[in-house]
Design a binder for this molecule. Structure first.
Ligand code: GDP
Ligand code: CA
Length: 318
């Protein structure tokens, strides 16, 4: 079985662990979000690709969910001693090496997809990880601070401002001119199942879908497309997804997120058992829906979620 997963960072990466356990024989292609990418200290940083790579490759800081395990911050401290920031973005020494290798390869002319493949040769994530595009896409958020509106990089909004200021729009700058990376459309066309993990619907999956051709390819693939809600009990399980949903006019409920994707894209949707009442509403919108436990508390729970997603896919296929 060939499975394509559109993934952001933590939510996508953790779900993929369960999917690998649930479908060990499957050929899994992960299309990763690169809208969160940022240039720092002259280096190209791809937080979501790295979170997937480190999580599946065994190098992730487990509790934090991003960054490397056993990390130290000597380089960051030395940069700060020079007064060189930003200090709000946590880059550790081990992590720095990844960004140095990536930046060096990009400077030598390799596209991001080839660089990602090279980095994965070390981490062996057990999936084929492809960035959504080799072209530069950067998510910006239109925020309001001190009564003034200005656009800031997504990382500045998310990490420095903790999404605590009003956001009026989320714009994946560059997306409209970006091309899907080599292999993305081919993987979608060859897929037996397409899965939207519990990743951020706006700044992770929404950004991937904003690359011209991707949404259309998924809608036209003619195979089951199933998703798992990142919203449980009317709130994100972690992070501030409710803030970016509000910025695009979507309620932070499992049913509203399903409707946001829409029945033209989504065939099946899993909500958590606490959101059982949402099932009828989602089904009325033309999307098959089931309520099952959706908390990724450990690998077993996550594996059960992945099994439920695959079972729902078979149900809509029938
Ligand atoms: P990011 O790029 O690191 O923010 O990660 P993603 O976009 O992949 O995922 C973020 C989303 O994952 C958030 O909206 C969370 O609500 C969701 N999430 C995290 N842990 C869980 C979980 O255990 N269950 C569910 N259903 N969603 C989760
Ligand atoms: Ca992200």
């Amino acid at each position: 079985m060939r499975i394509v997963v559109l993934a952001g960072g933590i939510g996508g990466a953790r779900f993929l662990r369960g999917l690998l356990a649930a479908a060990p024989e499957a050929e899994i292609t992960v299309v990763g979000n690169t809208g969160d990418d940022i240039h720092l200290f002259g280096l190209k940083v791809c937080p979501d690709l790295d979170t997937v790579m480190y999580t599946l490759g065994g190098g992730i800081h487990e509790e934090q969910g991003w960054g490397r395990a056993d990390e130290t911050f000597t380089v960051k401290e030395e940069l700060a001693a020079y007064g060189v920031g930003p200090e709000w973005f946590g880059l550790g020494d081990r992590d720095f090496a990844t960004h140095i290798v990536r930046t060096q390869m990009l400077a030598a002319g390799y596209p991001l997809s080839a660089v990602t493949e090279a980095l994965c040769a070390r981490w062996k994530p057990g999936v084929r990880l492809i960035p959504m595009s080799d072209d530069r896409v950067e998510t910006h958020v239109l925020v309001e601070t001190d009564g003034e509106r200005k656009a800031v990089h997504f990382q500045e909004y998310w990490v420095r401002l903790r999404a605590a200021v009003p956001a009026h729009a989320v714009v994946p700058v560059g997306a409209e001119a970006a091309k899907p990376a080599p292999g993305v459309l081919e993987a979608i066309a060859a897929a037996d199942v397409i899965v939207f993990p519990p990743s951020n619907p706006v700044v992770s999956i929404g950004t991937i879908l904003a690359v011209p051709g991707v949404r259309e390819a998924i809608a036209e693939a003619g195979v089951p497309v199933v998703g798992l809600s990142p919203i449980v009990g009317d709130a994100p399980v972690r992070g501030m997804a409710d803030k970016v949903l509000a910025a695009v006019g979507v309620e932070a409920t499992a049913a509203a997120v399903a409707a946001h994707y829409g029945s033209g894209l989504l065939d099946g949707w899993l909500v958590d058992t606490v959101d059982e009442v949402a099932v009828a509403e989602v089904e009325a919108a033309g999307i098959r829906c089931r309520a099952v436990p959706l908390m990724m508390t450990d690998l077993d729970a996550t594996t059960r979620m992945a099994r439920e997603a695959l079972a729902l896919a078979e149900e809509v296929r029938a």
